[in-house]
Design a protein around this ligand. Sequence first.
Ligand SMILES: Cc1ncc(C[n+]2csc(CCOP(=O)(O)OP(=O)(O)O)c2C)c(N)n1
Length: 258
Amino acid sequence: MDINTIIQEENLVYRKTPLLTEKPLSYCPGCGHGTFHRLILEVIEELGIQDITIGIAPVGCSVLAYEFMDIDMQQAAHGRAPALATAIKRLHPDKYVFTYQGDGDLAAIGTAETIHACNRGENIIIFFVNNGIYGMTGGQMAPTTIEGMPTSTSPYGRDIKIMGNPLKITELVAQLPGTHFVTRQSVHTPRNVRRTKKAIQQAFQVQKEKKGLAWIEVVSNCNSGWKLTPVKANEWMEEHMFAFYPLGDLKVDGNLVK
Ligand SMILES: Cc1ncc(C[n+]2csc(CCOP(=O)(O)OP(=O)(O)O)c2C)c(N)n1
């Protein structure tokens, strides 16, 4: 059978969205960033909004998101993505605008920008990848590091008595009046991938209807930073991260999920 017959529509089981560029991803195998990128871009392609969508890349492992996403992108200084997204959306209210940020970027250095953009109810989407550490710079402890979790700056595990409590920023922003849809998902199994994609579709719908801020946290492993194999890292994530960061919707249609 020649190649053209094989790739005929009826035989097609998977096709990479053309919005994901051909550039090889710089992420570690098993990291959630690449899958989350793909899902966001698939939704943008399916909605046909690739020419009217602007993404804001952060500082951290996904600093190069603009190399992988074939849409208009802007790069923000560390933690400032929600402020930049605010400006872009207000200048271009008819465009779809999202930020894509890690937990060090969003919940440490950019906490103020994050909370105020959520509280104001900016009509943007915040995509948030929580791996519990500063991945790119060597796995240091972040506000999101859970109790007992070893990091390069807390090699014996986070001790709350000394290092303070981990921050559940997704629970926090769900309380703010400006957030309309707040959910926490993962992308480590096919079922979770499907749920995350559905959440991304909901988030773009919120922005389309100008209802306020939509927030999607994806809890991801950082296998190289956690010093575990990808499989072991996912097991550790299921057992420990999901116990502290349970998956599911926190706020739907502006109402807290009980
Ligand atoms: C103001 C400032 N402080 C520190 C840094 C160094 N820095 C670059 S990436 C990074 C960690 C980002 O971690 P996170 O946002 O969790 O993303 P990840 O790499 O884990 O995806 C840090 C601290 C910086 N670029 N600017």
